[in-house]
Design a protein around this ligand. Structure first.
Ligand code: HPA
Ligand code: MG
Length: 226
């Protein structure tokens, strides 16, 4: 499936690198909601692997910033599963090491994709009062980063609230040639530049209820296109 080598991402955690020729696992090897049978082609990253990698990221984050209270800023909607699992692992590790760390979770909702294409614009949806971030250690938790443009705009937005420190955890980083923005400090997986769904990542709001990260079929792309 992958080899673990340093990736293009900066910071402490480059991520597990999934190569361009990785086809994913056959659907027959896993379970998934029956209503998606025709709509997915393969299981790209199984749920269990996502969980194990997230546990390791939680340990890295704790080693780096676990001595201070944290405000976790979950980027919706795609980041909700990763954020929830990451925060749970952080809490377990706090308990196991007898640390009394407060982790407050805040949310911000962004939208920049229609079908499987980026729309160029970053939309912050709803008015977000993030004044709670002032003077705090902030961990932004995002499901997927490609050019880094959205992340750069988000960092600018967050920094206006004058946090003490900002780190970013990204479950997936796509290997793209046109990196123009910011990459996460902690990365789960570096993947080829292809569209994936599941584990809260959507295609026009479908597939968020799929546990594994999967590749869509052409049938699925047509069926759920707007
Ligand atoms: N899947 C779902 N949402 C996304 C993706 C993707 O591959 N890239 C950016 N937003
Ligand atoms: Mg989306």
């Amino acid at each position: 499936m992958a080899e673990c080598v340093p990736s293009r991402a900066t910071g402490m955690e480059g991520g597990i690198v999934i190569k361009d020729d990785w086809p994913g696992y056959s659907l027959e090897l896993f379970t998934y909601p029956e209503h998606y049978r025709e709509d997915i082609e393969s299981v790209y990253i199984p749920h269990g692997v996502i969980m194990d990698r997230t546990e390791r990221l939680a340990r890295h984050i704790m080693d780096d910033i676990g001595d201070h209270d944290m405000v976790v800023l979950c980027v919706l909607k795609g980041g909700y599963k990763f954020c929830s699992d990451l925060v749970e692992f952080i809490k377990v590790q706090c308990r196991n090491s007898n640390k009394h760390l407060e982790t407050r979770v805040e949310f911000i909702r962004l939208k920049s994709y229609l079908n499987d294409q980026s729309t160029e614009d970053l939309h912050i949806i709803g008015s977000q009062d993030l004044s709670v971030l002032r003077g705090k250690n902030v961990l932004i938790v995002e499901a997927i980063v490609d050019t880094g443009k959205t992340m750069k705009a988000l960092l600018k937005h967050v920094e206006a609230f004058e946090p003490k420190m900002v780190k970013v955890a990204g479950l997936l980083v796509k290997r793209v040639s046109n990196v123009v923005g910011s990459l996460p400090d902690y990365v789960g997986f570096e993947i080829p530049n292809r569209f994936v769904v599941g584990y809260a990542l959507d295609y026009n709001e479908y597939f968020r209820d799929l546990n594994h990260i999967c590749v869509m079929s052409e049938i699925g792309k047509v069926k759920y296109k707007i």
